[in-house]
Design a protein around this ligand. Sequence first.
Ligand SMILES: Nc1ncnc2c1ncn2[C@@H]1O[C@H](COP(=O)(O)OP(=O)(O)OP(=O)(O)O)[C@@H](O)[C@H]1O
Ligand SMILES: [Mg+2]
Length: 460
Amino acid sequence: MPDITKHLLFVEDESALRRAVAAQLIARGYVVQEADSGEEALAYLAEFAFDFIITDLRLPGIDGAAVVEAAVGRYPDIIAIVVTGYGTVKDAVESIKRGAWDFVSKPFQIDELLHALDSAIEQRRLKSENAYLRAQLEERYRFEGIIGKSRPMTRLFQLLETVAPTNSTILITGETGTGKEVVARAIHHSGPRKLHRFVALNCSAIPETLLEAELFGHVRGAFTGAVGSRQGRFEQAHKGTLFLDEVGTMSTGLQMKLLRALQEREFERVGDSHTTKVDVRVIAATNSDLGRMVAEGQFREDLFYRLNVIPVQLPPLRERKDDIPLLVQHFLDTFRAAAGRPAPVTVSQEAMRRLMAFHWPGNVRQLENAIERAVAFGAGRSQIDVTDLPPDIQQAQDAAISPSVTLPEEGIDLDALIGGIERDLIQRSLERTGGNKGQAAKLLNLKRTTLVEKLKRLQR
Ligand SMILES: Nc1ncnc2c1ncn2[C@@H]1O[C@H](COP(=O)(O)OP(=O)(O)OP(=O)(O)O)[C@@H](O)[C@H]1O
Ligand SMILES: [Mg+2]
C-alpha cells in the first residue's frame, strides 16, 4: 500500500479497552474512529470507506460477524479483523466465512493486532480480485439496470415493482444525471408493454414549431416541407411506452394538446381532420420544479396533475453516498470490459473516500465519466488511485472525519471556526439519528445533557 493515511474503524463495547487500543493504534499512525456498538459501526460504514475494521465479536445488538459481513459486502477491499473472547474459535471461523481476514483472541498484546494488520496488508497485495463475489453483489442490488442499495433506492425499487405492471402515467423528477431515463426504461422493460416499443422524445431538443408534428405526426401538405404523411411518436409507441423527456419546456399551446391526448388517448395528426386513437403508456421526466412552474403560470395545472399520477423522485447522488462504491464497481467493470486491454480492477480506499466525499452536481452521469477517465489513466495498473481522478474530485474532503484547515497569513477566528465545525457535526449527528438526542450524543461521545446544553447555546 502506498504511503497514505490508514483509516481504521474500531468496534468494541468495553470503553476502557477500546480507548487504550485506539491510543496505541493512533501512535502507530492509524487514523482511528471508535464505535461502541454494531449499530454505530454500520452508521459510520454507510458514510465512509475505511481501510480497516477491527471488531469485537460479542457486541450487544448487532454482533461483530454481522458488522464484518456488512463491511465487506459494502467495500470488498476493506480488511476486517475480529477480536474473539474466551475460546470462541468457532465464532471466529464463522466470521472468517463471512469475510473477516483474520482473528485475534482476547486478551491480546497490541503487537499481535499490529502484526495481523501488517500481514493482511501484505497478503492483500497478492490477493486477486474475487470477480464472482462482485457479480453476486451486483445481482442483488439492481432493478433492470438501475443500481443502488441505499434506503431511497430500495424504496424506489419497491415502488417500481408495484407500478411497472400498471398503465398509470408517471412523472419522474430529479437533478441532471440522476437516472431519469434509466428508470423510465426499467419501468417499460419490466411491465407487460415490453414486447412493444419504448419511444423517447426529448421535448427540449426539438424546435417548438416541429414538436407538435413530432408528437402527433402530420399529413401531406400540412406545412411547408411536409411532402408525405408521417406517424408521430404517439403512434409509434402504440401498445408500448412513450417517454416525454424535459416535459417542462413545452409551450402552453402544446401542453393543451398533450393534455387532450392523455385524457382521451386520441389526437389528430397535424393537418388532419381524422382522429387517431392509440393505446400508450406515458412516462414524463423533468429536472425543473413543475410544481413551482404551475404556481408561476408557466405550466398548466391540469396537465401537471394528469402527468403526476405517480410521482417518482430520484434523489441526488450526494444524498445516497452508500450507493457510490457499488456504482463505481459497476462502471469499472463496464469500462474495463470495453477497454479491451489490461485495465484497473479496483479502486484504492483513499480514492474511494474522495469519490464519496465529492458533492456530484452532475450525479451518476458525472461519476460514470470520472470512472471512464480513471480507467484510461490507470491503464497498465491494477488499481485506480487518487491521481487518476479529475482534479476537483481529488480535492474532495470529508469534513466530518478529517477536517483539514490551513492557517492563512492573516490568521483565523478560532472560536468562530470551531463553533462552526461543532454546529455542523451536531447537525449531522441529529440528522443521522433522525433527531434522537440520546443517540446523537452517543455518536459525539457526549453526555446527553451536554448535547442539549450545546444545542441551546447554538440556538441563541
Ligand atoms: N442507478 C443507476 N445505475 C446505473 N447507472 C445509472 C444509474 N443512474 C444513472 N445511471 C447512468 O448515468 C447516466 C445518466 O442517466 P440518465 O440519462 O438516466 O439521467 P437523467 O436523469 O435522464 O439526466 P438528464 O436530466 O441530464 O437527462 C446514464 O449513463 C445512466 O446509465
Ligand atoms: Mg435524461
